[in-house]
Design a protein around this ligand. Structure first.
Ligand code: ADP
Length: 198
């Protein structure tokens, strides 16, 4: 399975999603994480402690891809429309992480229009990320808007936990963080990986 993670806007948890899904898919079958983001966030995250899966940049991807069952691609932030259509064409699932705020929704609609024009929307699956806890209803409201627009979403949403920021700083996965919420935070991505593999 080739899973591409892309977004039109920074700060949507694109790299966090790519890394955690690569770890979870790797627990199932050998998985390669391709760091296609020129910021190389995944690569520098990996350099600190080292992940239990292989991370390469896109230039090395072709050489390694045959050895792996699953490939997760963290893409360049803000791809052009053409890039996005090509990314969609080259994968099985295109995950678009989305934070529940109006500006992110606007960029999401730009992205889905682009996919529709290229007949590539079938692979799209939106993942709500950094969802604030109750009493905020931001997550539910955005899910309702997406359902109204008939856009495909994961049932699981990724809740907002400081543990994710700590994990990025320490260069580890969120389940390795010393926090009472680390397991809950990890379980959100566990549930996304189950949806992916089902
Ligand atoms: P992108 O690749 O879309 O720019 P990142 O994965 O780098 O996004 O995440 C942006 C910031 O949000 C980082 O500081 C990251 O640690 C933080 N973050 C990601 N997911 C969550 C979450 N579920 N809860 C809280 N903070 C998060």
């Amino acid at each position: 399975m080739i899973v591409t993670v892309a977004s039109f806007k920074g700060g949507q948890a694109k790299t966090t999603t790519a890394i955690h899904l690569a770890a979870l898919l790797n627990a199932h079958k050998p998985t390669l994480l391709v760091d296609g983001d020129p910021n190389r966030s995944a690569t520098s995250w990996n350099r600190r402690k080292g992940f239990p899966f292989k991370v390469v940049d896109e230039k090395q991807a072709v050489r390694f891809s045959r050895e792996f069952e699953h490939i997760v691609i963290d893409t360049q932030a803000r791809p052009t429309e053409e890039d996005l259509r090509e990314l969609a064409a080259g994968c099985d699932v295109l995950i678009v992480p989305l934070t529940p705020d109006a500006m992110s929704l606007d960029t999401l609609f730009l992205l889905t229009d682009t996919l529709k024009k290229g007949n590539a929307e079938a692979k799209l699956k939106i993942l709500l990320t950094i969802v604030p806890p109750k009493p905020s209803r931001d997550g539910e409201e955005v899910l309702a808007t997406l359902a109204e627009a008939k856009l495909p979403t994961f049932k699981t949403v990724i809740r907002r936990y400081k543990a994710f920021q700590k994990a990025a700083l320490e260069g580890v996965l969120v389940n390795e963080i010393d926090s009472p919420y680390a397991e809950e935070a990890w379980s959100d991505y566990v549930n996304v990986s189950k949806e992916l593999l089902s």
